[in-house]
Design a protein around this ligand. Structure first.
Ligand SMILES: Nc1nc2c(ncn2[C@@H]2O[C@H](COP(=O)(O)OP(=O)(O)O)[C@@H](O)[C@H]2O)c(=O)[nH]1
Ligand SMILES: [Mg+2]
Length: 335
């Protein structure tokens, strides 16, 4: 009991430190959240619960696009502009490719070099080598912590390859895709799936000799989106050109982000979106837990592999194998 009281008062102290803007306390709390240790997770959850009433007030923006599109350069400049207007800006980078390519987080740090030295900015790369699921979970919780610490703008950078963009789109209010002018007239390798997540498409690098090409790319995106939007009644993404390097068009971008946010808030869609996100967050954590608990057993892990092999070879259907796994896990049918 005494131990409980002690950890409660420690949680309260940490929560107060975070709320008062103590960056070291914030960074430590994020590390706690990223920790796989059971006792750390319990402390992290207690802290999050304590801070929950102070979360939810930031404008959360996802920024995605192919590597090299200029996301980090854009965030550095946009972040500086926003700080100049009195905002406090937190930047979280989700990059599942970084553990493989090795250097991109370091690259990001230097590319956000100006923002990194600002007292009103907080930059946190995702833990290297973590699985996408892990990144997703800790990123959501990190957003909540940053909000409790008083950051009123949270920018989440993610690479538009793989599944991280869908995961990030599921934890932000507004999703921006950064595109670049193409050499030819094909859309710059941006997958349809990524376009469909976009609220705003920003064609970057509209500077030096590339302004014409950027305008042309913007036209192409408008056409492509017009066709895609036919099946989505309330979806009308905006397209604009900008130059992150020359700080041109960034105010227009921010105006569009705010407009989008206001439209969502006014219609009640923002609240709905966030409550859906919270519910699917719970589901994800529960599913991960279940799976981890099940696979944790040696016998279960063997069954899992055996059944997976049978599914691969076509000996069993995926549905039948999944039911068999559920039976082995002791899960009874509802009826
Ligand atoms: N010409 C031009 N180059 C840019 C602009 N923004 C970024 N870059 C360059 O594009 C490269 C990739 O930028 P980076 O921000 O790291 O892209 P990220 O991988 O999307 O984060 C770097 O060499 C940047 O200097 C821009 O607005 N104009
Ligand atoms: Mg980057």
């Amino acid at each position: 009991m005494q131990g409980d009281a002690k950890s409660r008062s420690e949680t309260n102290r940490t929560a107060e430190a975070i709320r008062s803007g103590d960056r070291v306390a914030l960074a430590r709390a994020i590390t706690l959240i990223e920790s796989a240790k059971r006792e750390d997770q319990a402390r992290a959850q207690a802290l999050l619960e304590r801070l929950l009433p102070h979360t939810g007030h930031a404008l959360r923006v996802g920024i995605s696009g192919v590597p090299g599109a200029g996301k980090s350069t854009l965030i550095d400049q946009l972040g500086l502009n926003l700080i100049g207007q009195g905002h406090k800006v937190a930047v979280l980078a989700v990059d599942p490719t970084s553990s493989r390519s090795g250097g991109s987080i370091l690259g990001d740090k230097t590319r956000m070099g100006r923002l990194a030295t600002e007292p009103s900015a907080f930059i946190r790369p995702s833990p290297a080598g973590d699985s996408l699921g892990g990144v997703t979970k800790t990123t959501r919780e990190t957003i909540a912590l940053a909000e409790a610490a008083g950051y009123d703008v949270v920018l989440v950078e993610t690479v538009g390859v793989g599944q991280s963009e869908t995961a990030v789109a599921n934890m932000v209010d507004v999703f921006v895709v950064v595109a670049i002018p193409g050499a030819g007239d094909e859309l710059q390798g941006i997958k349809r799936g990524l376009l469909e997540l976009a609220d705003i498409i920003a064609v970057n690098k509209a500077d030096s000799g590339q302004i014409e090409r950027a305008n042309r790319a913007a036209m192409e995106y408008r056409t492509a989106l017009h066709i895609l939007a036919a099946g989505h009644p309330n979806w009308e993404p905006q397209v604009l050109t900008l130059s992150a390097r020359e700080n041109k068009g960034l105010d227009e971008l921010w105006t569009k982000v705010k407009e989008r946010h206001e439209v969502l808030a006014a219609s009640g869609a923002l609240l709905e979106r966030r409550s859906d996100q919270a519910a699917s967050w719970m589901r994800e954590i529960f599913e991960q837990r279940l799976l981890a608990a099940f696979k944790g057993g040696k016998r279960a892990a063997r069954h899992f592999r055996e059944l997976e092999d049978k599914v691969r070879s076509g000996e069993m259907t995926p549905g039948a194998a999944a039911h068999e796994l559920a039976r082995l896990a002791g899960i009874k049918d509802a009826e």
